[in-house]
Design a protein around this ligand. Structure first.
Ligand code: GSH
Length: 190
């Protein structure tokens, strides 16, 4: 049985999100293992000796690390049951581009909101809203970034939404007011 050391997303949204993904609907058996990051298990250290971070997917005894690499591995391994990336090479490249954009930009800019006050915090808020507006354009009128069903970009972004409430509280602003389409998408995902 495969072991999924913590899922691809934050635990509080895990179960609802996983229900949306065919791979986790019983098509593929897996075991979910919680990690205490203050007291990392020997399994985690053994399976991800370079970064010692979650998530790690262990498939047939072999570990795969880094969220977006895990999702691409799942897509390729269970393509018939759980296609997550587009089949068209150009569209696939575009999906990878946006996940890379989310990974590189969103975390860095949103950190400014909770790490700072005053001008730097304001700059973080402005940048976060600009990033989300950009992503709203990518979403367009589709239900999900992947179209009718969750795909690579949806999985890449949804984990960040668990922090939205904290950013809004710390930064005293409303993401819903600024980016209603993104908040509508979050609700559809969950
Ligand atoms: N780039 C990695 C980041 C993984 C990551 O930062 N994991 C955090 C938890 S969300 C972690 O394991 N932190 C423990 C540590 O840094 O020691 C990915 O996308 O998988």
């Amino acid at each position: 049985m495969d072991k999924l050391t913590r899922a691809l997303v934050e635990p509080q949204i895990e179960h609802n999100l996983l229900n949306n993904l065919c791979i986790f609907k019983g098509c593929v058996a897996y075991e979910y293992v919680e990690e205490d990051l203050r007291n990392k298990s020997p399994l985690l250290v053994q399976m991800n000796p370079i970064h010692k971070k979650i998530p790690v997917l262990v498939h047939i005894g072999k570990p795969i690390s880094e969220s977006s690499i895990i999702v691409q591995y799942i897509d390729q391994t269970w393509k018939d049951r759980a296609p997550l990336l587009p089949s068209d090479p150009y569209e696939r490249a575009q999906a990878r581009f946006w996940v890379d954009f989310i990974d590189k930009k969103l975390y860095v800019e949103t950190r400014k909101i909770w790490m700072n006050k005053g001008e730097q915090q304001e700059a973080g808020k402005k940048e976060m809203i600009a990033i989300l507006k950009q992503l709203e354009e990518v979403l367009g009128e589709k239900a999900f970034f992947g179209g009718e069903r969750l795909g690579f970009i949806d999985i890449g972004l949804i984990g960040f939404s668990t922090w939205f409430y904290s950013y809004e509280t710390i930064g005293n602003f409303s993401i819903e007011a600024e980016c209603p389409k993104i908040m509508g998408w979050v609700k559809r995902c969950l």
